[in-house]
Design a protein around this ligand. Structure first.
Ligand SMILES: [Zn+2]
Length: 376
């Protein structure tokens, strides 16, 4: 049985950097200090060193088994490829805005539009997506791709599918990155309030603030502030209701949606994930660990909202995550077979398991780094 150390010994223990990490030493010392107050004396065994590698492996394994065939792209992007340390957030225009020769070749992004459900149309590109939800009272458009291809893909695509862009009543921007907000200024200036039209732009306050704070970064993309979305807000048009979940992480204002589509008259609930990659500041020391926690908490919250309505379709604004471009090409040959987007509610939940497992593994790597730095 250990003798109760005098408080001077506790201080010495705190100063030592020998066998245990500072944190463990502190905890052990505080534990012993507690004994001084509470009386009984018990043996204090040192806390075992944390096995970060085992925890990381466990998180990766959970994500890998959840990915199945449906979410390999999500797994590759968030678990397997090295993460950047954060996006470039300086207030300079995108290269393709100032130099037309930097616009990627059309063949790299053009794809045909598609009618995906009775009331949902794909009007995006090969990599980045935009979706039009039709109602008896007009259209809700989700995301707007880049400034250089939104006119051809969204407006051209809608016309090919027999949809009139003048009927767009709501334009919902999942988050203020150039690959989703790129066509918003053009659409608002043609069909929104500035042009005497009906189109309203919906975005959360943190992302409206980004747009206002960095005028050069959003050059040719920036809509004027219109509707400010909040967590739980419902946008209703005709028979459709889109419920917003604020899912900060990818950007501070990222929002995700729940809404209903019909497949040959059969209603299906959709979970639309608004932001996926870990391109926020993910350095250590913080804000990296904290940002991953914000991201993980958002995924958990949106997964619960999706589960509450048995969402059986998972949509994204990148084909990488929902395989939209390939699935759209399967639709004409579907016949009476299953809808390629209808995964079932358990599979939709697996998507969130992938996101959370990969984010936790990345967060653990930062915690490991932080623990190693504390030992030095
Ligand atoms: Zn983004």
């Amino acid at each position: 049985m250990n003798a109760i150390p005098p408080s001077a010994t506790i201080l010495n223990l705190l100063r030592e950097k020998s066998m245990m990490s500072r944190a463990h030493t502190l905890l052990a010392a505080l534990g012993m200090a507690g004994i001084l107050v509470t009386g009984p004396v018990h043996a204090q065994s040192p806390m075992p060193a944390r096995d970060f590698e085992a925890e990381i492996t466990k998180s990766l394994a959970a994500a890998k088994s959840a990915a199945g065939f449906e979410f390999l792209g999500t797994l590759v992007r968030t678990c397997l490829v090295p993460q950047s340390l954060g996006e470039n957030t300086s207030d300079v225009p995108a290269p393709y805005v100032t130099d037309p020769s930097r616009i990627p070749p059309r063949a790299s992004w053009y794809t045909e539009p598609a009618k995906v459900f009775d009331n949902l149309y794909f009007v995006g590109g090969k990599i980045h997506s935009a979706w039009a939800l039709t109602t008896r009272d007009g259209i809700i458009l989700f995301d707007t791709i880049y400034p250089y291809n939104s006119e051809e893909l969204i407006l051209g695509g809608m016309k090919k599918l027999g949809l009139d862009p003048r009927n767009i009543k709501y334009l919902m921007i999942s988050h203020a990155h150039g690959d989703h907000i790129g066509g918003a200024e053009m659409l608002q200036s043609r069909y929104g309030k500035p042009a005497g039209g009906n189109l309203r732009v919906v975005m959360t306050d943190p992302d409206w603030t980004l747009v206002e704070k960095y005028p050069n970064r959003y050059k040719t993309m920036a809509p004027r502030r219109d509707i400010t979305a909040t967590d739980g807000m419902k946008i209703t048009l005709g028979e459709a209701t889109v419920t917003i979940t604020h899912t900060p992480g990818h950007t501070p204002g990222t929002m995700s949606y729940i809404f209903q589509v019909q497949d040959q008259g059969r209603p299906l609930n959709v979970a639309y994930s608004g932001g996926t990659a870990f391109n926020f500041n993910n350095r250590t020391p913080d804000p990296g660990i904290r940002n991953f926690q914000i991201y993980i908490d958002s995924q958990r919250k949106f997964a619960a909202n999706a589960a509450a309505v048995n969402a059986s379709v998972l949509l994204s604004n990148h084909s990488e995550f929902d395989i939209a471009d390939s699935k759209n090409k399967m639709l004409p040959g579907r016949g009476s077979g299953p809808h390629p987007y209808e995964l079932g509610a358990p599979a939709v939940q697996r998507y969130f398991t992938v996101m959370q497992g990969c984010a936790r593994a990345a967060q653990l790597r930062l915690e490991q780094k932080q623990a190693q730095a504390a030992k030095l």
